[in-house]
Design a protein around this ligand. Structure first.
Ligand code: ZN
Length: 285
């Protein structure tokens, strides 16, 4: 049985605006219970959330034992003001504010710190992102400051230089990681840092009509090729579907992701190893 290493309990895989609005006046417990049930019914017994701005994952963690799920959350993700990340967390303007958010996350019971350091895929245009990532110095500072506070770091990052700098700075897990080039994949394998390539939010768009299939297919193929390369380098690749993202329902999304990983040559042993590593990270920090 596999765990889900990247989910967002706040979203429902259908319509994120409506799903987020549901928690407008405090967390909607029914919605959280529904997603936890979907997960446990699918056999998922471990979930690592990517955070949200409405304390939904915080409640999910409290309720999860009832569903026999080991739930881990950063409570909210942290992004630099003016950049991507508003749906999943809070922003900072300067380092003082950044450090205050780390303290707040810890106070609210975060298991680790989640940082947002790049844009997301522009689904309509393969190979491109909605915005560039942060600078090398900024990325290093964010990771170092979280580590100094005794917290592991899960980083949302895309784009080759961004991913290289993130791995180089000693991140504890890399999320999405689209468009990594050869040298970066070698660094990933060398460091044995868990990489969650989240293929489902791309692949599951095929045929839905929201974006041109040709572009979606290209993005999917690019990421599959990189996962295959990572597999050949014996990198640590884990299973995380970004459950809750559009067309990636809780529970089912985890199994969709499993199929993508398998067809890219990732074995069950590698998936288990990555999951174990991710769980061990919480103990180490
Ligand atoms: Zn995410």
């Amino acid at each position: 049985m596999f765990g889900e290493c990247h989910a967002h309990m706040i979203m429902d895989g259908v319509n994120y605006k409506a799903a987020v609005a549901l928690h407008g006046n405090g967390v909607c417990e029914d919605a959280v219970r529904k997603h936890l049930k979907e997960s446990t019914d699918a056999g998922v017994r471990f979930i690592r959330d990517g955070g949200d701005s409405r304390s939904v994952s915080k409640l999910a963690k409290e309720l999860a034992p009832e569903y026999e799920i080991d739930y881990r959350t950063p409570v909210f993700a942290i992004h630099k003001k003016g950049h991507y990340g508003g749906i999943v967390g809070y922003s900072f303007d300067d380092w003082k504010e950044y450090k205050a958010l780390i303290v707040r996350a810890k106070d609210e019971g975060a298991d680790f710190i989640k940082i947002m350091i790049s844009g997301i895929l522009d689904f309509a245009k393969a190979g491109t992102l909605t915005e560039d990532g942060l600078s090398r110095d900024e990325i290093r500072y964010m990771i170092d400051a979280a580590h100094d506070a005794g917290m592991a770091v899960m980083a949302h990052g895309n784009g080759d230089p961004t991913c290289f700098w993130t791995l180089e700075a000693g991140v504890d897990s890399l999320e999405h990681g689209f468009f990594m080039e050869e040298e970066t994949l070698h660094l990933l394998a060398e460091r044995q840092i868990p990489w969650i390539p989240t293929l489902s939010p791309v692949g599951n768009l095929l045929g839905c009509g929201r974006f041109p299939d040709k572009e979606v297919q290209k993005n999917l193929e690019m990421q599959m090729e990189r996962v295959e390369k990572a597999a050949s380098l014996h990198a640590c690749v884990g299973l995380g579907s970004d459950a809750g993202a559009y067309l990636v329902p809780h529970g089912k999304g985890t199994w969709d992701e499993y199929e993508y990983l398998k067809s890219a040559g990732i074995t069950d042993a590698v998936i288990h190893q990555a999951e174990k590593k991710i769980k061990d990270i919480f103990k180490r920090w």
